[in-house]
Design a protein around this ligand. Structure first.
Ligand code: SF4
Length: 374
């Protein structure tokens, strides 16, 4: 069973060590059924498999991994858009794992979500004012006549012109639409916002604006973010800690600086070897590790370490036979690997050895990891 760090790792956990969100041993399996009239289960997709994670007040936890690794499913389980198959969820010490929709209502005010696609997540038939004002109407926390000034205030807060109150979502650019999504998420003054790839559908220049906006809002309202992305160069700008997921499981958890400087899991090392470095000389001499093969099926995950079919270091029977547990590799640094990386040279040597064993010529250059920024 995976055990994440029980300790706060935010450099300045503002409200003490108690986690705002605690996810313990959470699994989410989707049944695969056959038959038209009499359906029977023939298998399960192991989308999230025994994940334990804590998020502390005021911090940003970045959740990264390839498409299909279970990040979005975990976000939907946390916000109870999906019911967990197993495990427990607690918000500010309150166990809400088996809460009904009705019981979830008060918690929904404190826990909001920003969705990936700013084009699909806004109702095209409603004006922007109505979209942002919906949470006030649904939760009945603001008198009807005060909704419009509240919405205009929120629009101003996220950098939208309040005069555009009656416009429709299609009249806005992608970045402006994501600002509408942010304003809607902020309406109920939540404490936790789950950001599900909030910038991946946007141009790079617009991405920076939205990331800066999220950071400013966090400072102003003391928000806590669970920030999901598939791109390590995006999460490094916003995260205090980073969680790397692979095929439904946590591969590594560490404070940002540690993870970028000294990754322990070979999967994290390969991801970091591909993050752009703003130094052309270093970039030219650098080897980017390309993982061989596709991500294995979550219906029938590999035995032992789930990463072993693609891992350049997986020469040992133990990798194929024994599932690695998350274990401490440094202060607040955990990784699930039997043979953790000792540095970029270790990964360079492992990649060269794997290429030789496969009868291919080793790639030129050496592996280096991208430095953390921000
Ligand atoms: Fe690679 Fe083995 Fe570590 Fe898994 S346990 S990441 S296969 S070295």
């Amino acid at each position: 069973m995976i055990r994440a760090t029980p300790l706060p790792t935010n450099p300045e956990p503002a409200a003490g060590p108690a986690p705002l969100l605690r996810v313990t041993g959470v699994k989410k399996y989707f049944p695969i059924t056959r038959g038209i009239i009499f359906q029977h289960k023939v298998g399960e997709v192991h989308a999230v498999d025994d994940v334990t994670l804590e998020v502390f007040p005021g911090e940003t936890v970045g959740l990264v991994g390839e498409t299909g690794c279970g990040k979005t499913t975990l976000a939907k389980v946390v916000t109870k858009l999906y019911e967990p198959t197993e495990g427990t969820l607690a918000f500010d010490g309150e166990d809400y794992t088996r809460y009904s929709r009705r019981q979830m209502r008060p918690l929904r005010r404190q826990m909001q979500m920003i969705f990936q696609d700013p084009y699909a997540s806004l109702n095209p038939r409603k004006s922007v004012g109505a979209i942002i004002g919906d949470p006030f109407r649904i939760h009945r926390i603001v008198p009807k006549k005060e909704i419009k000034p509240e919405v205009e205030h929120l629009m101003e807060l996220v950098g939208l012109n309040p005069e555009h109150y009656n416009r429709y979502a299609h009249e806005f650019s992608g970045g402006q639409r994501q600002r509408i999504g942010v304003a809607r998420a902020l309406a109920l003054k939540p404490r936790l916002i789950v950001c599900d790839e909030p910038v991946s559908a946007l141009d790079v220049s617009i991405q920076a604006q939205i990331l800066n906006l999220l950071e400013d809002l966090q400072a102003e309202f003391h928000l806590t973010y669970l920030f999901i992305a598939h791109d390590l160069s995006v999460v490094r700008h916003v995260s205090d800690r980073i969680v790397v997921m692979y095929l439904g499981k946590i591969a590594e958890i560490a404070p940002k600086a540690d993870l970028y400087r000294d990754p322990k899991h070979p999967y994290t090392g390969t991801l970091l070897s591909a993050v752009p470095i703003p130094d052309p000389n270093l970039g030219r001499a650098r080897q980017r590790v390309i993982l061989q093969g596709d991500v294995p099926s979550p219906i029938d995950p590999p035995t032992g370490c789930r990463f072993h079919p693609r891992c350049p270091k997986a020469h040992f029977p133990r990798c194929r036979e024994e599932q690695p547990e998350l274990r401490a590799m440094g202060e607040n640094h955990l990784a699930a690997c039997h043979f953790p990386l000792t540095g970029p040279d270790d990964l360079t040597a492992a990649v060269a050895a794997a290429a030789t064993a496969a009868g291919a010529a080793p790639a030129s250059g050496t592996v280096s990891f991208a430095p953390p920024t921000g």
